[in-house]
Design a protein around this ligand. Structure first.
Ligand SMILES: C[S@@+](CC[C@H](N)C(=O)[O-])C[C@H]1O[C@@H](n2cnc3c(N)ncnc32)[C@H](O)[C@@H]1O
Length: 223
């Protein structure tokens, strides 16, 4: 029995991507068009969308909240894992990104599934909660790192028992284990480290960190 995990080399990562990717042509085209419009290439990776879709199927998710949507790559990938009457709220701060997502959602016939909430997510999600009693099966957090823990506190009461909270960049670009000494975006690295700690110790969550892409911390609401 192995007592240490296998170190993930580039070769092994390529192996995983080659076999466990859910990237479709519509998502490839989306990323190409987004880049052409000057939207940065910082979406999650193809093997991460595969993982997200698997997680959503495993809990029969219907209602999903995404915080940080960029050009809609992960939002559209998750929407494709929902039933026809599923609903995904995509929170995006930047107007140009939000406009791109809305255009793409219409082109792909997903208007009835994806709603874009434009603005700072702490505000837009609070307004959503004030105006509806919606409960989520899953929340994917991939926005401004210093607010990750605040997002968790805000959304957890609206996640059903057995639902998921997933945060991207849990490995903080490889810096998370040296968060006290890193010189690479220390405020972001420290915020991600604090979020991982909160997810791993939260009394209502059973969590783990999955080292796909830049790492995803996944918690299931157990209480
Ligand atoms: C890493 S990208 C998201 C990538 C996306 N999840 C994907 O994989 O396709 C982060 C996004 O979060 C957005 N963002 C940053 N701060 C935000 C905030 N306070 N509220 C909502 N969105 C925010 C940024 O504008 C950016 O588009």
């Amino acid at each position: 029995m192995a007592t240490r995990s296998t170190f993930l080399t580039d070769e092994l990562n390529d192996y995983i991507t080659a076999r466990f990717s859910s990237e479709t042509d519509e998502l490839r085209v989306l990323n190409t068009e987004a880049e052409a419009e000057g939207i940065p290439a910082i979406s999650i990776s193809p093997e991460q969308i595969n993982f997200l879709q698997m997680m959503l199927h495993s809990i029969s998710a219907r209602n999903v909240l995404e915080i940080g949507s960029l050009a809609g790559y992960s939002a559209i990938a998750m929407a494709r894992a929902l039933p026809h009457d599923g609903k995904l709220y995509a929170c995006e701060f930047l107007p140009a990104h939000a406009a791109f997502i809305r255009r793409k959602v219409s082109q792909l016939g997903l208007d009835s599934v994806i709603t874009v909430l434009e603005g700072a997510a702490l505000d837009t999600v609070s307004v959503l909660f004030d105006s509806t009693d919606i409960v989520f099966d899953a929340v994917f957090i991939d926005a401004d790192k210093p607010n990750y823990s605040a997002y968790l506190d805000l959304v957890l009461p609206r996640v059903r028992r057995g639902g998921l909270v997933i945060g991207d960049n849990a490995l903080a670009w490889g810096e998370v284990a040296r968060s006290a000494t890193t010189t690479f975006e220390p405020h972001n690295v420290q915020a991600l480290d604090a979020f991982n700690t909160r997810m791993s110790t939260h009394p209502q969550l059973l969590s783990t960190l999955v080292p796909l892409g830049d790492g995803m911390v996944v918690g299931i609401k157990v209480a």
